[in-house]
Ligand binder design. Structure first.
Ligand code: SF4
Ligand code: SF4
Length: 472
């Protein structure tokens, strides 16, 4: 009888609603109910196909198509050839799959036992000074040492964190970067890297390959200037010639929008297959320079509609992903399909968190400001019509410091993150009646900045339709 087995590259993690399965080579995460999770656990050993009518029988073809299950005799072989997997296949696979009926999906506000992804800002040092950079300077103190980072990786491995997204500053300025990345890979965590590309050399690429980095994301927009643009293009060519998976991060501003189709065509001609569109985010801590930059670069409703049209015209040619603050662009999708495809809106403090260079932990890089009880009384957004004083902003502050408290405890208690995790809190304003509100919920960083409330609507969303309002 035909036997099936869990692919070697799958990590399983129990959760209150059932469990999660993460495919380390394809980067796909599935959330499954308790019954499906039990079935997946039994597949660690070869097992015959369940008889027709068995509840698990409906899952096998879908899980096999996504690479989570493989015929027992060649289940291991099927995981070879990471470079050949360019993400398109995974994308296509996701498109074909129907949601599992009756799965009690992770609802808004449910906290996972561990982050899916930890964002590690491994250093605040940088060789560039990009306007709009999110790295705040509040995290003073010596950077976490190699030994401390190894200790953290051990804790994350124990919690079954799936991915480590390493950035900075410019992470290649850390001499022990390769060591930390390799250690994460050794402990079963998939390491990814985001870099401005200026320090890439053939030797660096060989060391990244050695460290088992799954994907290198190159930030396309730095401070600009002809010389720098040429250097980024050169870095991109080197990356594309390597054995690494490559993505390009594009911060799309109103100024970039008119040239976006031409830029996408250029990237495609160079051999890029995966581009992540990033939305400009408001500054996390009060700063006049940050406020001025954001006012000039934020995407308004009309810009978002234009962006959506450009993205539609590239469908099937480039794998275009959006960051969590742009899930609203998919407002006409079916929420169950978004869930099944692992597309979630704001994940701050619920699916991800950020660890800063000196060890502070915050729900997201863009919710990193001072606490709501900050006595400075500064207005976060001096240009907002609402002019909410900083002291009144319900602001999730840092959960604490990994130098003082175990990461697992910081994640579990999240006492300052309750607003983000409260299942009774639903997004307000124009988001309140939106059909994908449970999946998207608007960008918390934008809502906080514009309205002083994490759960205000995302007033720029193209699906808003009512104009900018902070509350219902
Ligand atoms: S209205 Fe709000 S919840 Fe709906 S898609 Fe837009 S941002 Fe997301
Ligand atoms: S606060 Fe939420 S929407 Fe904003 S960047 Fe963080 S995860 Fe994305």
């Amino acid at each position: 009888m035909e036997a099936w087995q869990l692919a070697e590259a799958v990590t399983l993690r129990p959760e209150a609603f059932g469990g999660m399965a993460f495919h380390r080579e394809r980067g796909i995460t599935l959330e499954v109910d308790a019954e499906a999770y039990r079935f997946l656990c039994t597949c660690r050993e070869p097992r015959p196909l369940p008889p027709p009518g068995h509840p698990a029988a409906r899952l096998v073809p879908q899980l096999a198509r996504l690479g989570f299950l493989a015929p027992a005799e060649d289940g291991r072989k099927a995981e070879d050839g990471r470079k050949a997997e360019d993400g398109r296949k995974a994308e296509d696979g996701r498109e074909q799959v129907q949601p599992v009926p009756h799965a009690p999906w992770l609802g808004d506000g449910v906290t996972l036992s561990a982050p899916e992804t930890v964002h590690l800002a491994i250093t605040a040092r940088c060789n560039l000074s990009c306007p709009g950079c999110y790295v705040p300077r509040f995290d003073a103190g010596p950077e976490l040492t190699t030994a401390e980072l190894h200790g953290l990786v051990d804790q994350w491995a124990q919690m079954h964190v799936f991915q480590l997204a390493v950035g900075g500053g410019e992470p290649l300025l850390r001499e022990d970067l390769f060591d930390v990345l390799a250690y994460a890979r050794e402990r079963g965590i998939v390491p990814n890297l985001t870099t401005n590309g200026m320090l890439l050399t053939p030797d660096v690429l060989r060391r990244l390959e050695w460290a088992g980095v799954a994907r290198v994301n190159l930030s396309w927009n730095g401070p600009g200037g002809g010389g720098q643009r040429r250097a980024v293009a050169q870095a991109l060519r080197m990356l594309l010639d390597s054995a690494l998976q490559v993505g390009v991060n594009l911060l799309v501003t109103p100024a970039l929008l008119p040239g976006l189709p031409r830029l996408l065509a250029r990237l495609h001609a160079l051999g890029v297959r995966r581009v992540t569109i990033l939305r400009p985010k408001p500054p996390a801590i009060p700063s006049e320079a940050g406020a001025v930059w954001y006012a000039a670069n934020r995407l308004r409703r009309a810009d978002l509609l234009r962006l959506r049209a450009i993205m539609d015209s590239w469908q099937g040619v480039l794998a275009l992903e959006v960051d969590s603050a742009l899930v609203g662009l998919m407002g006409d999708a079916d929420p169950a399909t978004l869930r099944w495809r692992g597309i979630h809106g704001c994940a701050a403090g619920r699916r991800m968190c950020t660890v800063w260079p000196a060890g502070r932990v915050t729900p997201c890089s863009f919710l990193a400001g001072p606490s709501g009880s900050d006595p400075s009384g500064q207005t976060l957004n001096p240009h907002s019509a609402f002019r909410i004083p900083q002291s009144q902003i319900r602001n999730p502050k840092s959960a604490g410091d990994v130098r003082q408290v175990d990461f697992a405890e910081l994640w579990a208690r999240g006492e300052n993150w309750n607003a983000l995790r409260d299942p009774t809190r639903q997004p307000q304003g124009g988001c309140a009646g939106c059909k994908i509100a449970s999946q998207c919920g608007g960008a918390r960083c934008v809502a906080r900045y514009e309205c002083g409330d994490l759960f205000a609507g995302d007033a720029e969303c193209p699906h808003f339709g009512k104009g900018a309002t902070c509350a219902s």
